[in-house]
Design a protein around this ligand. Sequence first.
Ligand code: UD1
Length: 369
Amino acid sequence: MVKQNRKIKVICVAAARPNFMKVAPLLEEFRKHQEFKPILVHTGQHYDYNMSSSFFKELNIQKPNYNLGIKAGLHGEQTGRTMIEFEKVCLKEKPQLIIVVGDVNATIACALVASKLHIKIAHIEAGLRSFDRSMPEETNRILTDHISDYLFTSCEDGGKNLLKEGIDKKKIFFVGNIMIDTLFKQQKKSKKSKILKKLGIESKQYALLTLHRPSNVDNKKRLKTLLQTFNIIQKEIRIIYPIHPRTKKRIKEFGFEKYIKKMKNFIITPPLGYLDMICLLDNTKFLMTDSGGTQEESTILKIPCLTLRENTERPITVDIGTNIIVGTNKNKIIKETDKILSGKNKKGKIPSLWDGHTAQRIIKILKKD
Ligand code: UD1
């Protein structure tokens, strides 16, 4: 990498809630290496206090040098606006490297801008594949990987996927899972969270739910089936659901509010901060989710996880972790729930290099080049 004024200028991009716990350890590690000048760009895809600022506060992330204020929009619109604004930042700052994480629209938008400007690109969480092109994230993942110069993978299957797609093995680096760096760092603090008390619940006496995938919540029939399933489960165990803004909008639009009100043991909370969420996850009897990151967090915390999707881009959580893919079939979800409630849950192991030192490994590799 060309070193201007001796410092290597690196733009780190964060856009949406699942990105913040991935950039936090990276920025912290950069602070220990004076040869880098990190610049943080928040694209503003997520903007509510509890979807964004609360994470900056709790994870002690520096104030972004730029906030692009992109907010919501159709895919083309959101991606396009991110590109227009991010290009301006790149032209002004002239970084030698940009780092993008995960698979949100900003990941591909910013990588594409950098690629056209001949700026090197590092992609953290490269190689994950659901093999389901109906997911917007799958397109973002594939395209970002194919224009990146450093592909940092969180698990060995990620590397294999990349090799199969013809990516040069010299660009692929198995560094482990950066989100787990944050989880280990914050776990002690999360134990002090008052969220159980606030919600009036006790450890292992509830199930935790996350649900926001367009394929689950934008489809009226599927969302109805899922709610009917939760209605059955909440008769056995209380369900805690920190609701995502997308799902909240859809519930209102589809007129499901009345139905939910009748489910006395189905407790909806606003989106929660990182520490409260980890505390809830650490204490739950089991997790039901369609998120990506929580599948990994539950594997680390050895919490049984039922994934409400037909596939996962994180198969390691199924192969060696606590995850089971149940899809959106009512009978399958109830059957697996019953197994967990009767103590017959899957016991998982920890994937390799999910050890809290991923950011260190990434910076070591960047320093060598
Ligand atoms: C995005 C990511 C998804 C990720 C998810 C985590 C893409 C294609 N999708 O989906 O991969 O799993 O974030 O949450 O990038 N909203 C608010 N306040 C906010 C943020 C969003 O009200 O702070 C509303 C928006 O106005 C919009 C809806 O929630 O109507 C969806 O937001 P958007 O960022 O478009 O996608 P997500 O569903 O959050």
